[in-house]
Design a protein around this ligand. Sequence first.
Ligand code: ATP
Length: 296
Amino acid sequence: MIAAGSDEAVVFRGISKKYGALVALDAIDLHVPRGQNVAILGPNGAGKTTAISLMLGLRKASAGSLSVFGRDPQDPAVRSRVGSMLQCSGLPEYLRVDEALALFCSYYPTPLPIGELLELAGIRETAGKRIARLSGGQLQRLYFALALCGNPDLLVLDEPTVGLDVEARRALLATIAEISKRGRTVVMSTHYLEEADAVADRVIVIDRGRIIADGTPSEVKGAVGRKRISFTSPAAIDDERFVHSGNRYEALTESPERLLRDLFARDIPIENLTVTGATLEEAFVALTSGGREHVA
Ligand code: ATP
């Protein structure tokens, strides 16, 4: 039985993880309520996989305390309620897809039917194939189906869309959103910022082992508070606040009004003006680089 009173799926309190002298996670506090769909973003080496491994009880923290459904993540009662998809999984290649699913389902008290798993992962046509004969994308989707075998309350996905084509990626994200709508908790790491924007209720940005942003996708964008100004001009504008390609000029700025007033005061002709909010990608670059990139 899972601790009934715990409304939090995952709790990290002051969690640090060191590998020798390297600090991969630095005193992280993280609370994920049940039912939330969280995307963890961050550049290579930020600490995403480390955070996920701790959540799954695959590694031990160097300091701090953490719980999943109110208990130690290694507790068998917790493990049976968590489904995970990691960046690599060893599977015997001679097994057929349906056999691998049947094997994994046998580990859980209340597994999903194999037909439903094949459907959810979009691999119905591969059911009778040997694992050795699957394409990279099909194998990736099999890993996803395996993560769902136990009908988990918490689904933890480490870069689940790596290697998928556009169509398969879209289908997988739609399934993740569907699972989240069923009230399951999802924690997913990704490098694809548009995925977090499209699927998650909450985005956590990790950089060098620290959480540097935490909010809804629009809050994370809003936290940066920058706008992208774009226009064309027949004049050659010599102004380091802009990047330009041919006669199209662009700038990221916290004060588009001031920048435009300045241009008008200098009688610079501008056409095709657009002012848009920063994308999550721009927010992310600005946050992780300290905002050095073309920011006026
Ligand atoms: P990526 O996006 O590249 O998968 P990540 O955000 O998942 O990166 P982690 O894999 O958690 O990052 O790695 C965080 C830091 O810890 C990196 O500097 C990495 O080199 C280091 N690291 C990870 N695992 C180990 C290990 N077993 N031994 C030593 N250092 C490690």
